[in-house]
Design a protein around this ligand. Structure first.
Ligand code: NOJ
Length: 535
C-alpha cells in the first residue's frame, strides 16, 4: 500500500527548467529567475504543478552550475536571493511546488571550503579533510569528463579527487563537518520554503574504495538519512540522480520506511541498448516499451514511485534518438509522450519537450559550450578525422537539450534581446512554441490534454496497470484501472510502421494524434490514442 505521502506525490507533474536557457528578462543573453517568474502562468496552463530548477547557485559555470561556489547565493546572471524568494512565493501562490537541485558530491574549486582546504594539510586547518587528498593517486579512476580523476595541486602539493571536471573536487563525506555543512545547506533552503530536492549523483557521496567503485559506498544510507531522515526534512519530495539498476538497492533507498528518498530516477531507457551516448544505434520504441513495462512492474509491485521521463539536460532530445524527428516529428513526440505519461509515477517534462524540440546540427565545435562535448571532441580528434568527430558530437552532445527555448520564430527564438550564451537551435524557425500552437498538429496541446487526463481520472494517478501488448507486438497498449468507477483509461501507441491493432475493448477516444475514434483498426506510424473504456 502506498503511504499518504506517496499518494499525494503521485499527483505531482514536474517541469524541469534549465535556467540558463529558459527565458532572459534583461537582455544579457542568459536566462534568469525573473524570466522564469514571467512564465509561471504558461507552465500552469500546460498543467504542471511543480518545477525542478537546475542549479542556480553561485558558480563559475565550468559545468553550468553543477560546480557550486556558494550554496546560499544565487548565480549573478540569474538574479538575487530576493528573486529566488519571489519565485517560491509566486509558485506557492498558484499551488505549485519548487524542487531545487542539490549538488552534494562536489563543489567548485573556487568554493571557500576548497580554497581553505588546499592551503595546508596541517592538523590545525579545520578544512584539511573536506576533500579527498593524497600524496599519490589512490587508484586509476577516470573522471567523467575525461582524464584521471586525481589532480595534482601545486599549492597543497598533494593530489585531490574529482569525479567530474578538474574544477569540481569531490567532497569527503567521511568528515562529519561536511555532513553538517550540507545539512545546513538543505535547511537553509527548506527555511526559504522549497518543497523538495533533485539530488545530483547521490550514489557518489559515499565511495566504495575497497571495491574500486566511486559510488554506493558503505556509508551511503547513513549520509542520505542524515540529510533527509530528519523531522525537518521528512515532508520533502526527494529524487536521487544515480544510475541504479538493482531494484533491491532502489528499495533500500526509496522504500517507505527508509527515511531516505522519495524516489530515484531510473535511466535504463535513456540508453535503450546503446553502448555510449556519442554513437548512434538503431534504437527502437520496442526496447523503450520493454524497459517501461519492466520498471513499472518492479516499482509498483513494491509500492515505489516510478519517475516518468524521456528528456533532460544531459542527453540529446529523445525524439531525435528514438523517433523520426524529420518527417514525423509531431507523431513521434506525441506517441512517445503517451507511452510514458499515462503510467503510474511522477511525470517529469523537460523544457521544450512540450512543443516537440528536437536535436540540432552544427558544423563548428565553436557552437558548442558543454564541457563534456568539448573534452570529448579533443579525445575523438586523436582517433578520427574532424568530420566524423563532429557527427558524434552533434549526436551525443548535452547542448542539444541546452539550446535556448524557442518561444517563437523571431530573433533568437524570443529567448533574449541580446546575444544568447549559446546559439539557438539550428531548427528554431521550424520548431518553436508559437508555430506549434498555430499548427493543427500541436505537440503542446497534446501534452496539455494528456496531463488533463491524468488530473481528471484517478485511475491514472492511483490505479493499477494492465499491459495489453506482448513482447512480439509492434505497439504498446496499457490499461489503467481505477480504484473506483471513475473509468478505465486505455493508451495505445503504435511504433514506426503501420500496424493492424485489435484489442477486445471499446470506448470513447479522449485524445488522439490523428483523429482516431475506435480502438481497433489500422494504425499509422507513431499513431497514438487514449480512450475512456466503458465498464
Ligand atoms: C549530473 C548532472 O545532471 C550533470 O549535468 C552534471 O554535469 C553532473 N551530474 C556533475 O554534477
Amino acid at each position: 500500500m502506498y503511504s499518504e505521502k506517496q499518494k499525494a506525490m503521485l499527483k505531482w507533474v514536474v517541469y524541469q527548467i534549465y535556467p540558463r536557457s529558459f527565458s532572459d528578462s534583461n537582455g544579457d543573453g542568459i536566462g534568469d529567475i525573473p524570466g522564469i517568474i514571467s512564465k509561471i502562468d504558461y507552465l500552469r496552463e500546460l498543467g504542471v504543478n511543480a518545477v525542478w530548477l537546475c542549479p542556480c547557485y553561485k558558480s563559475p559555470n565550468d559545468d553550468n552550475g553543477y560546480d557550486v561556489s556558494d550554496y546560499r547565493e544565487i548565480m549573478e546572471e540569474f538574479g538575487t536571493l530576493e528573486d529566488a524568494k519571489e519565485l517560491i512565493s509566486a509558485l506557492h501562490l498558484r499551488g505549485m511546488k519548487l524542487i531545487m537541485d542539490l549538488v552534494p558530491n562536489h563543489t567548485s574549486s573556487s568554493h571557500r571550503w576548497f580554497l581553505e582546504s588546499r592551503k595546508s594539510a596541517a592538523p590545525d586547518n579545520p578544512y584539511r579533510d573536506y576533500y579527498y587528498w593524497a600524496d599519490e593517486p589512490l587508484n586509476d579512476w577516470r573522471a567523467c569528463f575525461g582524464g584521471s580523476a586525481w589532480e595534482y595541486d601545486p599549492v597543497r602539493k598533494q593530489y585531490y579527487l574529482h569525479s567530474y571536471a578538474v574544477s569540481q573536487p569531490d567532497l569527503n563525506w567521511n568528515n562529519p563537518s561536511v555532513v553538517k555543512e550540507m545539512q545546513d545547506v538543505v535547511d537553509f533552503w527548506v527555511d526559504l520554503g522549497v518543497d523538495g530536492f533533485r539530488i545530483d549523483v547521490i550514489d557518489q557521496i559515499s565511495k566504495d574504495f575497497e571495491n574500486g567503485r566511486n559510488c554506493f559506498g558503505p556509508r551511503l544510507h547513513e549520509f542520505i538519512h542524515a540529510l533527509f531522515g530528519r523531522e525537518k526534512t521528512a515532508h520533502l519530495f526527494t529524487v536521487g540522480e544515480c544510475w541504479a539498476n538493482d531494484i533491491d538497492e532502489i528499495e533500500r533507498h526509496a522504500g517507505q520506511d527508509r527515511g531516505e528518498l522519495t524516489t530515484l530516477f531510473q535511466f535504463d531507457h535513456m540508453e535503450c541498448g546503446r553502448s555510449d551516448k556519442f554513437t548512434p544505434k538503431p534504437d527502437s520504441l520496442r526496447s523503450l516499451r520493454d524497459i517501461l513495462v519492466r520498471w513499472s512492474s518492479l516499482m509498483t509491485g513494491r509500492d515505489l514511485i516510478q519517475t516518468l521521463f524521456t528528456d533532460n539536460h544531459d542527453q540529446n532530445r529523445f525524439i531525435s534518438r528514438m523517433g523520426n524527428d524529420a518527417e514525423l516529428r509531431y507523431e513521434s513526440a506525441t506517441c512517445i509522450a503517451a507511452m510514458v505519461y499515462g503510467l503510474k509515477g511522477v511525470p517529469f517534462i523537460y523544457q521544450g519537450q512540450e512543443y516537440g524540440s528536437a536535436g540540432s546540427h552544427y558544423d563548428r565545435i565553436g557552437d558548442f559550450r558543454d564541457i563534456e562535448s568539448l573534452n570529448m571532441f579533443e579525445e575523438l580528434k586523436s582517433e578520427m578525422p574532424e568530420g566524423p568527430a563532429m557527427e558524434k558530437i552533434n549526436f551525443g552532445s548535452r547542448d542539444n537539450a541546452r539550446r535556448p527555448m524557442a518561444w517563437n520564430g523571431g530573433k533568437n527564438g524570443g529567448f533574449t534581446e541580446g546575444t544568447p550564451w549559446i546559439p539557438v537551435s539550428s531548427r528554431w524557425k521550424e520548431i518553436n512554441l508559437l508555430s506549434d500552437l498555430q499548427s493543427e498538429k500541436s505537440v503542446w496541446r497534446f501534452y496539455r490534454e494528456l496531463l488533463a487526463i491524468r488530473r481528471k481520472y484517478d485511475a491514472v494517478t492511483e490505479g493499477e496497470t494492465v499491459f495489453l501488448s506482448s513482447d512480439a507486438d509492434p505497439f504498446f497498449a496499457y490499461l489503467r484501472t481505477g480504484p473506483d468507477d471513475s473509468g478505465r483509461i486505455l493508451y495505445v501507441c503504435n511504433f514506426e510502421s503501420e500496424s493492424e491493432i485489435r484489442l477486445p475493448l471499446e470506448g470513447k477516444a479522449l485524445l488522439s494524434n490523428c483523429g482516431r475514434k475506435r480502438v481497433s483498426g489500422t494504425y499509422r506510424p507513431y499513431e497514438t490514442a487514449v480512450f475512456l473504456i466503458k465498464r
